[in-house]
Design a protein around this ligand. Structure first.
Ligand code: ADP
Length: 289
């Protein structure tokens, strides 16, 4: 079997470096992420999610523990800077604020910026730009000025810019947090598409339980430690632990749990509006149209 795309072993991090009295913001985190997986990372503010993202993107270096990317130990002292750069090309990052990520005055130039910096020949850049704009549904905006676009559109341009560098994995750090519901939905559709159709590994940090429910797997951090790791169904069954971590359930899942608490028999998966509606239809013996 192939090595996991990303593996961390007893990973710990402190912002105050070697000060052993400083409090670790990540504690002994061991995690494996396979190529093509869609993993959501949940946790209340300050639980260490962004720190984990920066470690996986090699912006930060662990205080202790190991990180393997594509089987290579990035904490190995023999790793040269160019080895790290080579690995880093495989992991793109999309941040919260779309305005901070756009650099050019025309959409297609913005998307071309990353591959240009990688020294890709211009004919290939042209092809990549067209392809990625199409895959985020923004082809018709190629000649537009990014600052005139909506938040969701800007964020899709930011995603296209990362995709144009052909990473194997993209980390989204609260990339929908500043968007309105329409923008959030547009961006979520793009994220799902690049995972399902292009097999890009997705690590998505989010506050929205409904978004996390769309992932293959959810990892829950609390005060820098891993507390839950499993499918959305598995994680949402652990309501008490989630509450202790300051997290809610998706509202539809909570509704099903309340109904079950009142003795209504509803067995099956309840992580999305569709699956919850299905359970209720079945219980009420209503034929779905
Ligand atoms: P999250 O993304 O879950 O909100 P972070 O990884 O941003 O959590 O932060 C984890 C902890 O590390 C928090 O207590 C935060 O205050 C602290 N922290 C984050 N960045 C820095 C920094 N640059 N210097 C010192 N402490 C930091």
């Amino acid at each position: 079997m192939n090595a996991p795309f990303i593996k961390t072993e007893n990973l710990s991090y402190r912002y105050d470096g070697d000060d052993v009295n400083g409090s670790p913001v990540l504690k002994d985190l061991s995690l494996e992420i396979n190529e093509g997986e869609f993993v959501a990372v949940l946790g209340h503010n300050g639980s260490g999610k962004s720190t984990l993202a920066k470690l996986l993107n090699m912006i930060l270096t662990p205080v202790s523990g190991k990180i393997y990317i594509m089987g290579k130990d990035i904490t190995d002292e023999n790793m040269t800077e160019s080895d790290v750069l080579e690995l880093r090309k495989n992991i793109g990052m999309v941040f919260q604020n779309p305005d901070n990520q756009l650099v050019a005055t025309i959409v297609e130039d913005d998307v071309a910026f990353g591959p240009e910096n990688l020294g890709i020949p211009s004919a290939e850049i042209r092809e990549r730009v067209d392809r990625v704009l199409e895959s985020v549904g923004m082809s018709e905006y190629a000649k537009h000025e990014p600052h005139r676009l909506s938040g969701g559109q800007k964020q899709r341009i930011a995603i296209a810019g990362i995709m144009a560098m052909l990473p194997k994995c993209i980390i989204f750090d609260e990339s929908t947090a500043m968007l309105d519901p329409v923008g959030r939905q547009e961006v979520m559709e793009s994220i799902l598409k690049l995972n399902r159709e292009k097999n890009i590994t997705v690590i998505m940090i989010t506050h929205y339980m409904e978004e996390a429910a769309m992932a293959d797997r959810i990892v829950v951090l609390n005060d820098g430690a891993l507390v839950l790791d499993g499918t959305p169904e598995y994680v949402f069954e652990h309501e008490r632990i989630l509450r202790e971590c300051g997290l809610d359930l998706p509202q539809c899942t909570e509704l099903i749990h309340r109904l079950r608490d009142h003795g209504i028999e509803l067995s099956g998966e309840c992580t999305s509006v569709e699956s919850c509606a299905e359970l209720i239809f079945r219980s009420l013996k209503i034929e779905k149209e």
